[in-house]
Design a protein around this ligand. Structure first.
Ligand code: ATP
Length: 639
């Protein structure tokens, strides 16, 4: 006897998401069918795979398919599959809850979204799956029975606060989802989903490449039986297995949209076939925009893995490195076992070789796009540049290609980003170094005192403002033989007279200056010993009195902060204070020190010079209250 019907509440987040879905976040309601068919197709994949790998599972896989049934009188559309099915617990867990990470933050963002378009693009990135049924139906009934079990389950909800669940007898293995359709409403984007032409059109558009037959039972069931086989609506062609020359751009785009649930076409398509000892086909896509969770720790990565047309897994991370986590697509390998697990894949030499080849292909496609279609490339870089730069740290094999892809702001043109190659082509005679400065934002970098001499002398400096820039510039020594040099690190001697003429004179002048300032520098060094490891004269300043720099191998303050935020226990990184010997404050300080080295006011000024240099580069003062007091005292003295 069947158990009584239970009424259960949706989880709070699920309820919120349902409300968003029902109140038409999507202007295009037709996609509900794509979502339900995609779930049904996954269920068929799972049953096929499980029956191949679990010989104890007595399941009939001889005719796996999806059926769409229209009942005009009852105004229902049913999506039926004979796939894996669900147990009662599965239904409660999978349909009543959204276990996806990031749901709460996504909901918050959707609520903040300014308009329906922005909200739609956010929810589009998430994929509402099963719940999209409630866009077109005011009641949804689901019957299901898990393969290998006897007990069926029936679930029903109007998408408001709760759902009912009960046992059901005599169900076939698989799942059927019956939508009690809302009336068609053109203005609200609600099509007539009882019309077979409409269903045919939606399946063709969104689900043509689904690898299982999608059949439609004709309106009149009796008549269809008399006519024989129901009609199959989709072509089922595995697009990746067809030669490139036979696939149209529209087909590629539709396929991409099916697997990614994206509403825009991809920015780039890579289709390849490898023959030889390890055969495979790959069809990869670079999306046009980043998913909302690109930088979240548990963001999915990887492509779908098939073995000889049998779906094995989604998000196969062994096939894509972390820094290409935005690439979507399919890899169909011919010589793998269907039982292959993620762990085995991680250590499989052939998979590593496939991955290496795929990475090269994707990077080559991006490089090609950069030369041939710089406008699209600029958009792709804007979306994924920060992630691609992680490759400079992770992937030593492709450093050269990745460096060619880098596009960054520079002092050359405030409006336009530059590539490293363009930078090198513009380098001054005798310059063999690529100068850059990292910082939190463009304005801070541009106004940093470190820039002064470079600007004055016409040297171009790259402006790097992504956190990842701090790290890769530390790890990658050069581009095409030209060393990377932070203008906030090491000795920068732009006065160096490399061709020799006049060099002696400059050297004598420098030596004289060093001698003149020796006493002041020595005194400052001991006075500021707590904060800096050295005080020296600078050649990089023209207008500021002082700046802080690091040794070539030192961590930058931002990097130091990042490591500390990650919980690393670092010793204090002391920096070098550089003084501008031509600045009136510095020359006056020298005179005052010569006149009376014991004047206590000089100590305050030394601290103020150090604090100002910190502030000028956007740094944090060790003791802001003390700095303000010293500054106020000094200002009071001048009045
Ligand atoms: N027809 C079905 N047969 C078996 N299980 C199903 C079926 N439909 C849904 N499910 C189960 O319910 C889960 C939730 O489905 P839902 O469509 O909400 O999300 P999803 O398919 O996991 O994600 P997305 O649609 O964003 O890719 C699925 O992962 C699957 O386990």
């Amino acid at each position: 006897m069947a158990s009584p019907t239970e009424t259960l509440e949706f989880q709070a987040e699920t309820r919120q998401l349902l409300q968003l879905v029902i109140h038409s976040i999507y202007s295009n309601k037709d996609i509900f069918l794509r979502e339900l068919i995609s779930n049904a197709s996954d269920a068929l994949d799972k049953l096929r795979l499980e029956s191949l790998t679990d010989t104890d599972l007595a399941a009939d896989t001889s005719d796996l398919h999806i059926t769409l049934e229209v009942d005009q009188a009852a105004r229902t559309l049913t999506v039926r599959d004979n796939g894996i099915g669900m147990t009662r617990d599965d239904v409660v867990d999978l349909i009543g809850t959204i276990a996806k990470s990031g749901t709460a933050s996504l909901l918050a963002k959707i609520k903040e979204a300014k308009d329906a378009d922005a909200a739609q693009s956010l929810i589009g990135q998430f994929g509402v799956g099963f719940y999209s049924a409630f866009m077109v139906a005011d009641k949804v009934t689901l019957h299901t029975r898990r393969a290998g079990t006897e007990q069926g389950t029936v679930w029903e909800s109007d998408g408001e606060g709760s759902y009912t669940i009960a046992e059901a007898e005599g169900l076939p293995v698989g799942t059927s989802v019956t939508l009690h359709l809302k009336p068609a409403d053109g203005e609200d984007g609600l099509g007539d989903y009882l019309a077979t032409w409409k269903i045919r059109q939606i399946v063709k558009q969104y689900s043509d490449f689904i690898r299982w037959p999608i059949r439609m039972a004709a309106e009149d069931q009796d008549e269809s039986e008399r006519r024989g086989e129901p009609e199959t609506l989709n072509s089922m062609k595995a697009l990746w297995a067809r030669p490139r020359s036979e696939v149209t751009e529209a087909e590629y785009n539709e396929f991409y949209q099916q697997i990614s649930h994206d509403w825009q076409p991809p920015a780039e398509t890579v289709h390849m076939r490898a023959e030889g000892t390890f055969e495979y086909e790959a069809l990869l896509f670079v999306p046009a925009h980043a998913p909302f969770d690109l930088f979240s720790r548990d963001a999915k990565r990887g492509v779908q893995l098939y073995v000889k047309r049998v779906f094995i897994m989604d998000d196969c991370d062994a096939l894509m490195p972390n820094y290409l986590r935005f690439v979507k697509g399919v890899v169909d390998a011919h010589d793998l076992s269907l039982n292959v697990s993620r762990e085995i894949l991680q250590h499989d030499r052939q998979i590593t070789a496939v991955r290496r080849r795929l990475v090269k292909k994707v990077l080559a496609a991006l490089k090609d796009m950069r030369t041939k279609d710089s406008e699209t490339y600029a958009k792709v870089w804007e979306q994924f540049g920060r992630v691609l730069k992680e490759g400079l740290i992770e992937d030593r094999d492709n450093t050269d290609t990745l460096l060619e892809l880098v596009s960054t702001a520079s002092t050359h043109d405030p409006e336009k980003a530059t590539t490293l190659r363009e930078y090198v082509a513009r380098m001054k005679d005798g310059q063999d170094t690529v100068y850059y400065l990292t910082g939190e934002n463009r304005a801070m970098v541009e106004n940093s005192p470190h820039m002064e001499a470079f600007t004055a002398k016409g040297y171009e400096v790259l402006i790097l403002t992504d956190p990842v820039d701090e790290i890769w510039t530390d790890e990658v020594p050069s581009f095409d033989g030209h060393r990377f040099q932070s203008i906030a690190k090491g000795q920068v001697d732009l006065d160096d007279d490399s061709d020799g003429d006049g060099g002696d004179e400059a050297k004598t002048e420098k030596a004289q200056r060093e001698q003149d300032f020796a006493a002041l520098l020595g005194w400052l060094q001991s006075t500021l010993a707590e904060h800096v490891k050295q005080v020296r004269l600078s050649t990089r300043l023209t207008t500021s009195a002082a700046c802080l720099v690091g040794d070539a191998q030192d961590l930058t303050p931002t990097l130091e902060k990042m490591y500390r935020a990650m919980g690393q226990d670092l010793p204090q990184v002391k920096r070098i204070l550089e003084l501008n010997p031509t600045h009136p404050l510095v020359t006056a300080l020298r005179r005052a020190h010569e006149a009376n080295a014991d004047d206590l006011a000089l100590t305050d000024i030394a601290e103020l010079v150090h604090g100002s240099a910190l502030l000028a580069e956007g740094g944090d003062l060790p003791d802001p209250a003390r700095f303000t007091r010293l500054l106020t005292d000094r200002l009071t003295h001048t009045l």
